[in-house]
Design a protein around this ligand. Structure first.
Ligand SMILES: C=C(O[C@H]1C=CC=C(C(=O)O)[C@@H]1O)C(=O)O
Length: 361
């Protein structure tokens, strides 16, 4: 069980117990988790996408380790049976349906996702996937969190390499780096830079991004002062996509009794990077068009300590491993001007991050 940020990985050595709740958005639960933490412990947490869906916290002790690059890849030969759902055509039709609702004025933005279900022979080995995640680090925030109290590797495990910081609290200092607006990368260096430059000038992507920054700044205003962020987004790249990113910094108005990192994650999540605008209308469209495929995807994952410090990433570029089965998820923001075929390509590029880590051809 681990959460890595940048060059350091916090690896849990022992689990005291696991708190599972039906509603991960419950503020009383977040406060109880922090109050229950003992000296030297952290709670490694995962929250689902929406209010009213589960959350869990593992009370662990562990240590920071420097990440290492592998000498050689010891990948086992496997065969994979892959099912796409919805299919790319069905996903394009979902995007078209969302665009119609946007044109009708029902909402401004909605993020829609699709999945790959993979059955591997021989079965995937969690330790192997986690090793590869740590050594290749396709995203800044690498995580492996069991999704129930069976911490022996037998139950489902949420793994991933998210590029998106939902929130970090270090004392009174708060940081968020929302991402939204993306384009697949190219293996041709010149074309890759052209795509990045095009993204920075794309009115559609800048609008898609602005919704997320606005929502986060609005939510931070309730608990923070000195909120600072650049007027235009920066570029951030992963192994497969370029993103627009806005680093936001703020100070807690009340550093003594202010919200913990877990409580801040609840306050901010789900942002329009995974939900939409307005929130309720977008959630209804997601439920209608996606059904229940999100589960723990598009949630948030991270840690909090007994002082309230901690760090949460958005659960994207992620997979759920369960024995021989693996489910990968990727979503894309839909706004006026989005093109269904481009959104299929974008989600395909996002799925490729975890597909590569798991050894899929
Ligand atoms: C929902 C995902 O990405 C979000 C984060 C960054 C960029 C996004 C976009 O451009 O659509 C999404 O809002 C995902 O990777 O599954």
């Amino acid at each position: 069980m681990l959460f890595a940020s940048g060059e350091e990985a916090y690896i849990a050595h022992a689990v005291r117990h696991t708190s599972e709740v039906p509603d991960g958005a419950d503020p009383a639960w977040a406060d109880a988790v922090v109050a229950e933490l003992e000296p030297g412990e952290r709670a490694l947490c995962a929250l689902s996408f929406a209010a009213g869906a589960p959350g869990l916290a593992h009370f662990v002790t562990g240590a920071e380790h420097a990440l290492q690059r592998p000498e050689a890849d010891t990948t086992v030969e496997r065969t994979y049976q892959v099912t796409e759902f919805p299919t790319p055509d069905e996903y394009a039709a979902m995007v078209a349906a969302a665009l119609e609702k946007i044109a009708n004025g029902d909402l401004h933005k909605v993020v829609l996702g699709r999945c790959l279900d993979v059955v591997s022979t021989p079965p995937l080995v969690p330790a192997e996937i986690i090793d590869r995640l740590l050594t290749t680090r396709p995203g800044r925030y690498v995580f492996s969190v069991p999704l129930d109290s069976s911490t022996d590797g037998e139950g489902p495990i949420l793994v991933g390499a998210s590029p998106e910081l939902l929130v970090r609290r270090e004392g009174a200092v708060i940081s968020c780096t929302p991402l939204a607006g993306s384009v697949p990368r190219s293996s041709d260096a010149e074309e890759d830079l052209r795509r990045a430059a095009g993204l920075q000038e794309s009115a559609k992507d800048l609008a898609e991004h602005a919704f997320v920054v606005e929502a986060i700044v609005h939510a931070l205003k309730d608990v923070c002062v000195e909120i600072e962020y650049p007027a235009t987004p920066e570029l951030l790249s992963t192994d497969t996509v370029w993103h627009l990113a806005t680093p936001i910094h703020a100070r807690l108005a009340d550093p003594v009794d202010g919200p913990s990192a877990l409580r801040l994650a609840q306050l901010l999540h789900p942002t329009p990077a995974v939900g939409g605008v307005p929130t309720a209308a977008a959630n209804a469209v997601i439920a209608d068009l996606e059904g229940d495929l999100r589960d723990w995807f598009a949630g948030c994952v991270g840690w909090v300590d007994r002082y309230g410090d901690g760090e949460f990433a958005v659960t994207i570029r992620a997979a759920v491993m369960d024995g021989p089965r693996l489910r990968l998820f990727a979503g894309a923001g839909i706004v006026a001007g989005s093109d269904p075929a481009s959104e299929v390509r974008e989600t395909g590029a996002k799925l490729a991050t975890m597909a590569r880590v798991t050894g899929l051809p």
